[in-house]
Design a protein around this ligand. Structure first.
Ligand code: PRP
Length: 178
C-alpha cells in the first residue's frame, strides 16, 4: 500500500477531532438523562475507529455493541447487496439505541439496518454518521447526527477502506484513480 496514492484530503486530522467532539456534545445534549444506558451500535468494519473516538466524547452512561454488514466487497461501487455477516450480542428491545456508521453513501446499508433494528422494537432509535455523501444517495435514509458532507468521490481513511487497505489513516482522503 502506497500512501502517495492519496491525491487530496477531504477531512483533515484536525477536522476529524473537531467533528467528533461536536457530535459527542450533540448526542450528549440530545439524550440528557436516560433510565438505562444508551446502546451505541457500530456497523463494522468501517465504523470501528469513529466509534472508539465518538463514545469517548459522549458524557452519559452507555454500552456498545457491533453489527457486521457488507455491501461493497472489494470493489469501489456499491453492489446494492447488503449482507448480515455478524449480528448483535444483545437484545435492543425497549432500549435507547444509537446506530453509528462511518459513511452513508447510496444509503442502502443504513436504510436496511434501520429497518432491521426498528423491527426489534427499541424504545428510541437515532442514527449518526461520520461522513455523508448526499450526491450518491439512492435511498432516502434517516440521519440524526451528521459529521461531514463530502463530494461523490471514493474516500478512504478513518475506518474507510479500499480492498481492506487505508482504514488506519488518521484523516479521510481520496485515492488516485487506478
Ligand atoms: C461501507 C460503509 C457503509 C456502507 C455505505 O461498508 O462502511 O456501511 O459501505 O454504503 P451505502 O450507503 O452505499 O450502502 P462496506 O460494505 O464497504 O463494509 P466495511 O464497513 O467493512 O468497510
Amino acid at each position: 500500500m502506497q500512501l502517495d496514492e492519496i491525491t487530496k484530503i477531504l477531512v483533515s486530522e484536525d477536522e476529524v477531532t473537531k467533528t467528533v467532539k461536536r457530535l459527542g456534545a450533540e448526542i450528549t445534549a440530545h439524550y440528557g438523562q436516560l433510565e438505562r444506558e444508551l446502546m451505541v451500535i457500530g456497523l463494522l468494519k468501517g465504523s470501528f475507529i469513529f466509534m472508539a473516538d465518538l463514545v469517548r466524547q459522549i458524557r452519559i452512561p452507555l454500552v456498545v455493541d457491533f453489527l457486521t454488514l457488507s455491501s461493497y466487497g472489494d470493489g469501489t461501487v456499491s453492489s446494492g447487496d447488503v449482507k448480515v455477516v455478524m449480528d448483535l450480542d444483545s437484545s435492543i428491545e425497549g432500549r435507547d439505541v444509537l446506530l453509528v456508521e462511518d459513511i452513508v453513501d447510496t444509503g442502502r446499508t443504513f436504510c436496511k439496518v434501520i429497518r432491521m433494528m426498528r423491527n426489534r422494537n427499541p424504545r428510541t432509535l437515532s442514527t449518526c454518521t461520520f461522513l455523508n455523501k448526499p450526491a450518491a444517495r439512492m435511498v432516502d435514509t434517516q440521519i440524526d447526527f451528521c459529521g461531514v458532507d463530502i463530494p461523490d468521490e471514493f474516500a478512504v481513511g478513518y475506518g474507510l477502506d479500499y480492498a481492506q487497505n487505508y482504514r488506519h489513516l488518521p484523516y479521510v482522503g481520496v485515492l488516485k484513480p487506478a
